[in-house]
Design a protein around this ligand. Structure first.
Ligand code: S3P
Length: 435
């Protein structure tokens, strides 16, 4: 396991472009693989998770060509095409998104049988959340203890259904929408709270018949996708680490360019603004929808922060950044409390435990609650110490940012986990620090 030390440093200054969006890259590769015509993807994320998706579509018979300059061409096999490998093991690595989205496609391929498995962390990620709706659609699918990977998908005929999501999950929603394209009739999914809508946007771009009425989405069976080239914007979840660093390290000012500003992904920026963070941005408005992803700039400067309460309705749009809310809370004046975020226990690590134990070791006054955490800050910096990433890319990067803003520095155990979503994280950070 690699360790890295992050000493107090700064300010962060300059322009910066985050790596490509992980969620959108996964979807672009999968929808490319389901298309009949080749799809060129500009700015495809080059990271461990999204390489797992390219490897999986290659195993399923799609072509993947590196066109240079971050562009990848996918030669798909079509939505209903007999997939080249009608059986075998697909390694999803560390990717929960691949684990949950791909079965939606495979379940509708009569005659095929695949086993999806991955690393130690993936084996702890629940899949009953996709097994239930897929079975309701007629799929034959087995999981270890009916709940965990490895997951065996036996392809077959699917039937349209109506499914109410028991939890806010874009992955489950996306799995059902993908299966819905193969199922007879129409398939309706009802969300309790709005989760990221990248799949809906790519469905619209692929000219798949679907309707959206508030939190109810209906997709109908289609024969083929009509997908043109896709340009992947920068990842707001990766940018969030530099935003947090610029907020916390005195005298910092960073302009973040070419970042996705989709409303369903930008909850963290709104929460940070409410805490008093100086973030100028043209964030998308709630309810806006188009078949393209909004892209723009964030202009961030250091400033004092105040504690805040995060309500359950705000959680899905900030789900991957809630640990950074805890970090900001540890430097803010007053209490920061996050409610309705029990889903954090099912991420790459149990993120409630990882952030509470991790920040406690760095000197924060933070406690876990049933569905989130509460941090008590007095406006002074964290002391520092050692934090264990627990194999979780987002906890590793959080530790690094905590170190820069701390009094004594932070040692991150397992820093190499950052390569799951952001291989150039340390390089980009050093550039903004001018070191
Ligand atoms: C993702 C959805 C979220 C998020 C994950 C990526 C996606 O997971 O945490 O990092 O790309 O759809 P859930 O659907 O489990 O909330």
């Amino acid at each position: 396991m690699s360790a890295a030390r992050f000493e107090p440093a700064g300010p962060l200054r300059g322009n910066y472009e985050p790596p490509a969006d992980k969620s959108i890259s996964h979807r672009a590769a999968l929808f490319g693989a389901m298309s009949d015509e080749p799809v060129s993807i500009a700015n495809y994320l080059d990271a461990a998770d999204t390489r797992s998706t390219l490897d999986a579509v290659l195993r399923l018979g799609a072509g993947v060509e590196d066109e240079g300059h971050g562009r990848v061409l996918i030669r798909g096999v079509g939505l209903h095409a007999p997939l080249e490998t009608t059986g075998g093991r697909l390694d999803v690595g560390n990717s929960g998104t691949l684990l949950r989205l791909l079965p939606g496609w495979l379940a509708g391929q009569p005659g095929g049988e695949w086993v999806l498995d991955g690393d130690e962390s993936i084996r702890r990620r629940p899949v009953d959340r996709i097994v239930a709706p897929l079975r309701q659609m007629g799929a034959r699918i087995d999981a270890r203890d009916d709940r965990l990977p490895p997951l065996t998908v036996h392809g077959g005929e699917l039937h349209g259904t109506r499914y109410e999501l028991p939890m806010a999950s874009a992955q489950v929603k996306s799995c059902v929408l993908i299966a819905g394209m193969l199922a007879d009739g129409s398939t309706t999914i009802v969300e309790g709270r709005q989760s990221r809508d990248h799949t809906e946007r790519i469905l619209a771009r692929s000219r798949v018949p679907f309707e959206r009425d508030g939190l109810t989405i209906t997709v109908s069976q289609v024969d083929e996708l009509e997908l043109d080239a896709i340009a992947v914007p920068g990842d707001p979840s990766s940018a969030a680490f530099m935003v947090a660093a610029a907020c916390l390290v005195p005298d910092s000012r960073v302009v973040i360019q070419n970042t996705g500003l989709n409303w369903t992904r930008c909850g963290f920026f709104r929460i940070a603004q409410r805490m008093g963070a100086v973030i100028l941005a043209d964030l998308e408005e709630p309810g806006e929808f188009s078949d393209v992803e909004p892209v723009g700039e964030l202009d961030v400067a250091h400033g004092p922060l105040l504690g805040t309460e995060v309500a359950p309705e705000e959680v899905p749009a900030a789900i991957d950044e809630l640990t950074l809310v805890a970090l900001l809370g540890a430097f803010a004046e007053g209490d920061t409390v996050v409610h309705g975020a029990g889903e954090l226990r099912h991420k790459e690590s149990d993120r409630i435990a990882a952030v509470v134990d991790g920040l406690t070791a760095l000197g924060a006054d933070i406690e876990a609650t049933d569905d989130g955490f509460a941090v008590h800050g007095d406006g002074s910096p964290l002391r520092g110490g050692t934090i264990d990433a627990r194999g979780d890319h987002r906890i590793a990067m959080l530790g690094a940012i905590a170190g820069l803003a701390s009094r004594d520095g932070v040692e991150v155990l397992g820093m190499d986990a950052a390569a799951i979503s952001y291989p150039a994280f340390e390089r980009d950070l050093r550039r903004l620090l001018g070191t």
